[in-house]
Write a protein of this length. Structure first.
Length: 181
């Protein structure tokens, strides 16, 4: 029965990440940086990582990217989204594990944003066959610092409420000792 609840929760988290990504696609960004997004769907990835671990967060990130491609029809954007998600999830997972005594959700979110941008620029460099794509990296990182701060704050708020509702496996070793707040 526990596995059914976990699968259901992962499916709901995937749907929420997808819905937030679709809403983000409709919001015009007043910054003239190609590919810049607010990154609010990363809240769901970080929440999944905290409550369900790396594997589940990876599934949510990959499914979100794939389903977003099916809905929007943008195959190129899929590669950017997928690479950013993979780099971000790996970095946030390592951050949660190694920095659990020192970092907050804001710090982990900042790490995730940096590596998400790095993954996207790496794919842009490969697709465009032009190393000069890294010129955009500092601008993306600056925007990511700003938006990931709010992502981390939001995750802090949501996780505190989810823990009170006893959602996920909060008493396990994967998030034991993480301050988060």
């Amino acid at each position: 029965m526990r596995d059914v609840k976990k699968v259901t929760n992962i499916a709901l988290l995937t749907a929420m990440a997808l819905a937030i990504s679709l809403i983000e696609h409709m919001i015009p960004i007043p910054v003239p940086i190609p590919g810049a997004k607010l990154g609010f769907s990363n809240m769901i990835i970080l929440i999944t990582l905290y409550f369900y671990g790396f594997g589940s967060a990876f599934v949510v990130g990959v499914l979100k990217s794939f389903l977003l491609m099916l809905i929007t029809g943008s195959v190129t954007a899929f590669f950017y989204s997928l690479s950013g998600a993979v780099f971000s999830i790996i970095a946030m997972g390592i951050g949660l594990k190694l920095l659990s005594k020192y970092a907050t959700f804001i710090g982990i979110s900042e790490i995730g944003a940096f590596f998400h941008n790095f993954g996207q620029i790496l794919v842009a460099t490969i697709i465009m066959n032009n190393i000069k794509m890294y010129i955009y990296f500092p601008a993306l990182v600056m925007m990511g610092i700003f938006t990931s701060f709010f992502v981390g704050l939001s995750v802090n708020y949501v996780v505190s409420h989810m823990e009170r509702l006893n959602v996920g496996d909060v008493n396990n070793e994967k998030n034991h000792g993480f301050r988060g707040k």
